[in-house]
Design a protein around this ligand. Structure first.
Ligand SMILES: [Fe+2]
Ligand SMILES: [Fe+2]
Length: 329
C-alpha cells in the first residue's frame, strides 16, 4: 500500500507502448518464418489486408465458375464434359476453403458474400471477359489457371497459417486445371484449319488479360511493400508476370500458336522474354465495372444466390433439428 504511488509510475499501462512491443514481436515472428494463427495478436492493418485479399480471392473462385460453367452443356465430348464439370466444382471448393480462411479473421461469410453481391468487393477482372468458343475453355485453363498458379504457389508460404494451408490443396488442383486447358489447346492446334484458327483467336483474346491478372506494375502497386514485409506477398507483381511469360511463351511455341505481341523478344543474355506494353487503361476500365461482362456476372451471382435460398433454409432447419435432437438425448 505504501508503495502504490511508486508502483503506479513504473507499471502504468501505456497502450501505445504496449502496441509497439507487440508489433515488434509480431514482425520478429514473421521474420523468423513463423506462421501467424487465427487467435494470435496481429495488427489491425494486417488483419484488414488479409480479409480483403482472401475474400477477393474467394469471390474470384466463385465468379470464375461462370465463364466456364457456360460451356458445360456444350463441351464437345463426354470426356471433356466430365473434366470441365470436375474443374468447375474444384473452383467452388476453392471459394469455400477461402471463405473459411477469411472467417478465421473475424468476418462473417454473410458479410463477405453481401459485399460481392452488392458490387462493393472486387474479384479478378479476368472473369469479366466472355467465353465465345470452346477454345476459350482451353485458353482459360492454360493461361488463367496458369497465371493463378504463379500467384498462388508463393501464397503456400504466406505468413498467415490458415491461408497458407488452404493454398497447398488449391495449388495441386490448379495444376490439373492448367494441364487440362493446355491439352485442349494442344488438341485444337493439331486439328483442322478451323480448329487452329479457333485456338489462335482464343489465345489472342486471353493473352493480355492474363498478363493483367498480376496487377499493376511494381511502381504503381500501392499495397506491395507492406505485404512483402508481412510475407503475405513473396514476389512483386512484375516478377510474377515475368515468370509467367517465361514459362508460357515456349508452351505456345510448342503447339505452334503465336503470341499476339509484336514486341515479344527473348533476351539471350538474361534468358527472359521482353513483352510489349500492357493496356492499363483497359484494365482500369474493367476494374471500374465497364468490362464486357461485369454486369452479366454480377446478375448471374445475384440470381444464383436468390435461387439457393431454399437450400440454405433447408440446411439451417436440418441443423436445428439435429441440435434439438442431441439436446433432448
Ligand atoms: Fe481455383
Ligand atoms: Fe482453377
Amino acid at each position: 500500500m505504501y508503495t502504490q504511488g511508486l508502483d503506479q509510475k513504473s507499471d502504468a499501462v501505456d497502450p501505445q507502448r504496449d502496441d509497439e512491443v507487440r508489433l515488434r514481436q509480431f514482425q520478429a515472428r514473421i521474420d523468423q518464418e513463423e506462421k501467424i494463427e487465427a487467435k494470435d495478436w496481429m495488427p489491425d492493418a494486417y488483419r484488414k489486408t488479409l480479409i480483403r485479399q482472401i475474400s477477393q480471392h474467394a469471390h474470384s473462385e466463385i465468379v470464375g465458375m461462370l465463364p466456364e460453367g457456360n460451356w458445360i452443356t456444350r463441351a464437345p465430348t463426354l470426356r471433356r464434359k466430365a473434366i470441365l464439370l470436375a474443374k468447375v466444382q474444384d473452383e467452388a471448393g476453392h471459394g469455400l476453403y477461402l471463405y473459411s480462411a477469411a472467417e478465421t479473421l473475424g468476418v462473417s461469410r454473410d458479410e463477405l458474400i453481401d459485399q460481392m453481391l452488392t458490387g462493393k468487393a472486387k474479384y479478378s477482372s479476368i472473369f469479366n471477359y466472355p467465353t465465345l468458343t470452346w477454345a476459350d475453355i482451353g485458353a482459360i485453363g492454360w493461361l488463367v489457371d496458369g497465371a493463378a498458379i504463379m500467384n498462388q504457389i508463393p501464397l503456400c508460404r504466406c505468413s498467415y497459417g490458415p491461408y497458407a494451408r488452404a493454398m497447398v490443396r488449391v495449388c495441386k488442383e490448379e495444376s490439373f486445371h492448367q494441364r487440362q486447358g493446355y491439352e485442349i489447346m494442344l488438341t485444337l492446334s493439331r486439328g483442322s484449319d478451323e480448329q487452329i484458327r479457333m485456338a489462335q483467336d482464343a489465345l489472342n483474346r486471353w493473352w493480355w488479360p492474363s498478363l493483367m491478372m498480376f496487377g499493376p506494375g511494381d511502381a504503381d502497386s500501392k499495397h506491395s511493400a507492406q505485404s512483402m514485409a508481412w510475407k503475405i506477398k513473396r514476389f512483386s507483381n512484375d516478377e510474377l508476370r515475368q515468370k509467367f511469360v517465361d514459362v508460357t511463351v515456349p508452351q505456345a511455341d510448342y503447339i505452334g500458336l503465336k503470341m499476339p505481341d509484336p514486341d515479344l523478344r527473348k533476351n539471350d543474355e538474361t534468358g527472359h522474354y521482353k513483352y510489349g506494353e500492357i493496356d492499363w487503361e483497359e484494365f482500369m476500365q474493367v476494374l471500374a465495372g465497364n468490362g464486357p461482362c461485369n454486369r452479366e456476372r454480377l446478375e448471374s451471382r445475384q440470381h444464383a444466390h436468390a435461387e439457393g435460398q431454399w437450400v440454405r433454409d433447408a440446411a439451417t432447419a436440418y441443423a436445428e433439428k439435429q441440435a434439438a435432437r442431441q439436446a433432448a438425448a
